[in-house]
Design a protein around this ligand. Sequence first.
Ligand SMILES: [Cu+2]
Length: 153
Amino acid sequence: MLIIKKFVVLLLIFSIGNVFAKEHQVKMLNGSAPDMFVFEPAVLKINKGDTVTWTGDAMHNSASINEMLPKGAKPWMGKLTKKAGEKSISVKFDTEGLYGYNCTPHAMFGMVGLLIVGDTSGNSKAAKTAAKKIEEKFAAGKGRFTKYLSEIK
Ligand SMILES: [Cu+2]
């Protein structure tokens, strides 16, 4: 009987954890200038344990920016795809903080995004400083990081 009770409790804990872990999607949009090559939403707030999947066509990818990774967080890089049978990059976030990422072929055009995972107090200052430096080198999409950072409440 005790074993069954323990099992039920474990099962409950497991399913509650799953209920709270959400799946999010970031799309790649390609509008006309100046909205070419943008991630949508470019600023996404999620909880620790949530997963983000990027969707779009294969000329784009999603890659973490080293200077904008919270301490202990794993870097990622993977392609976007719409092809049947192929999977776009998907990342589960287990470390809280402010993340910056880009599409490596279009980083120079300001194809960047921000992820706010839970509490960002650990690295938000460092990530913001890095973002402003990176933004100075953009050939297009100038000011996007500044705009995105201003959207963080
Ligand atoms: Cu791109």
